[in-house]
Design a protein around this ligand. Sequence first.
Ligand code: IPM
Ligand code: MG
Length: 363
Amino acid sequence: MKENFKIALLPGDGIGPEVIQEAVKILKIVGKKLNLTLETEQVPVGGAGYEATGHPLPEESLKAAKNADAVLLGAVGGPKWENLDFSLRPERALLGLRSSLQLYANLRPAKIFPALLEASTLKREVVEGLDIMVVRELTGGIYFGEPRGVETLADGTRKGVNTLVYTEPEIERIAKIAFQVAGKRDKKVLSVDKANVLEATGLWREVVTRVQKDFSDIELQHMYVDNCAMQLVRDPNQFDVIVTTNMFGDILSDEASMLTGSIGMLPSASVGGETGMYEPIHGSAPDIAGQGKANPLATILSVGMMFKYSLNREEVDSWIEKAVESVLNKGVRTPDIMSKGMKEVGTTEMGDLVAEELEKNGI
Ligand code: IPM
Ligand code: MG
């Protein structure tokens, strides 16, 4: 089995660098325990990339990502860059990485840790046992469709356009991933669309239905996105795997994350190409950046997904999950998941506690 890996670190902006620092501690501990050689290279992207080179995804950074076995990304964006042209905004770095690395499948697990049941804004009985996997299409749909842009018509009226496009092969490949993922879980897939209004998602429904014929042990259901948004807060435990388009997945995964108590808890994996990319689903949170308050757990859990999907060490994902769980069981909390009677800790302390737990009991 391969034992040398190259990992590109892309801390990005806001709380990105703080949470990446904690995740790297975990990466190093696991690497050492398993006798792996993990070569890391840190490069700027997003606002940091723009500041360094005038472009949010500098060529050198993209090259480092492409040459790596896996990419660990913090977050991009911030008020400082909000008025830049769209092509220079930090978010373009993320979209550029996704399309250049052909990461068409985004896996976003929303799983509740029993210790955090009280942190959810929903009632305990609604979220208890929650374990959903959102499979979001990541390189197509309205995020990438042409034509796009804002133009001025002859009478001076401005017109903004974005286009929702999906081809059959794009739908087929993401549907396959969803059925494969479901095969290792509860064998249920919910495909989410707006087939009553949008033709492109009518095609989505048709193709997903066809692909299911090759996965006869997996149960497939369809739901309109508005209904799904409602069902997610009404009775989220009815879901196992949710497969959906780029934009619906963006929205529904934020909603699903909140069921687990905090968006600060959710990791993600973007796969499909040769190099996988791993990142917390929360953003750069500029309001708390540099204050040592950010929750590093989503990024730490993303390291687990990296071992599972890119470094061929599937077992590490559950080790890291268990370490996080025992730390939470001890009653320590970052401010975003704080509740009465718990002990509040900062970013570094939380990272250290997970690291210590892994050193002691984990592996
Ligand atoms: C996400 C984010 C990104 C997205 C932004 C930052 C471009 O919200 O990863 O969910 O919309 O995909
Ligand atoms: Mg999002």
